[in-house]
Design a binder for this molecule. Sequence first.
Ligand SMILES: Nc1nc2c(ncn2[C@@H]2O[C@H](COP(=O)(O)OP(=O)(O)OP(=O)(O)O)[C@@H](O)[C@H]2O)c(=O)[nH]1
Ligand SMILES: [Mg+2]
Length: 324
Amino acid sequence: MDLVEDVRLGKMRAVARAISLIENNAPERDAILAGLDSHPGVALVLGLTGPPGSGKSTLADRIIERERRRNRRVAVVAVDPSSPFSGGALLGDRLRMQEHATDPGVFIRSMASRGYLGGVARATGDAVKVLCGAGYDTIIIETVGVGQAEVDVVTLADLVLLVLVPGAGDGIQVMKAGIMEIGDLYIINKSDLPEAEKLRMEVEYVLNLRDRKDQQAKRPVIMVSASRDEGVDALFEEIHVLWNEMRENGFMIKRHKRRIERELRDLIAEEADGLMESWFKVSEKIGGWVELVYRGKATTRELIRRNLALKNAYNGYSDMHGGG
Ligand SMILES: Nc1nc2c(ncn2[C@@H]2O[C@H](COP(=O)(O)OP(=O)(O)OP(=O)(O)O)[C@@H](O)[C@H]2O)c(=O)[nH]1
Ligand SMILES: [Mg+2]
């Protein structure tokens, strides 16, 4: 396919088109993904997550600047939350990276967080594969850390940067949302604001509790001000040091294999769903089953056992294939 060749050559238009085809589950999708060399661990995939307005895009912009100075090509995938939290913000508003829009070494793309078959994490994961195949050196996934879908997205990254800000609910609240666990690096942005120091102490307290048994795992909390460009050099340094360390000590390989396993299991579950549907016409029958359960004629488990038993599945399979 010419398109695949163009993606491999890093042509931006081709990359954009390939991602659109994947987003739309087009028939070309599998051939595109199969035609690209997107071995994990070659590109640095950074996940950037945190509360709305915490400065993720401003920080991404600073990171892009530094990657570009090293002559590294950068792609950004911004997962746009269709959640009430975003308040319907326009993408232009969310992405403060416009100055890079004309740089051929920078590719910026947004993805909605709803409406994908198989979920936004799958679509984003495939987009990241395309970007790897197109030879981007660094890929940044920006997502608001508000819900499970966003958490799933950010676990596609090699390194997760959690951006916290003073005044956006304290560190403890963030931890409750289940997001505190997924950070590899903890960043306090807007450290120019009062209360930044207080937040740092809170976050360190929480991390100390978490890492009590494993002091090795402990990471410093990094203070930055993205808009003033303060502390970003140290952060940038830390990102690359940590990335190299994880690649050398085998941690990254484990992470990549775990991700592949999860993707396989998701696809198996989806495949199984499809088979059950075609064997048992679940969609046709489910309304009737609901009625039976509602009227107390059967429990949900009984219905499943009676109607979807594996034995039946096997018979369905044999029927279709002329066996007995
Ligand atoms: N005071 C201060 N403001 C900052 C800093 N960094 C970013 N901001 C401001 O915070 C606001 C939000 O910044 P964004 O970069 O759009 O934040 P975001 O996390 O990408 O926002 P969403 O994508 O909408 O969740 C902007 O007005 C920035 O100028 C900082 O270090 N200090
Ligand atoms: Mg943003």
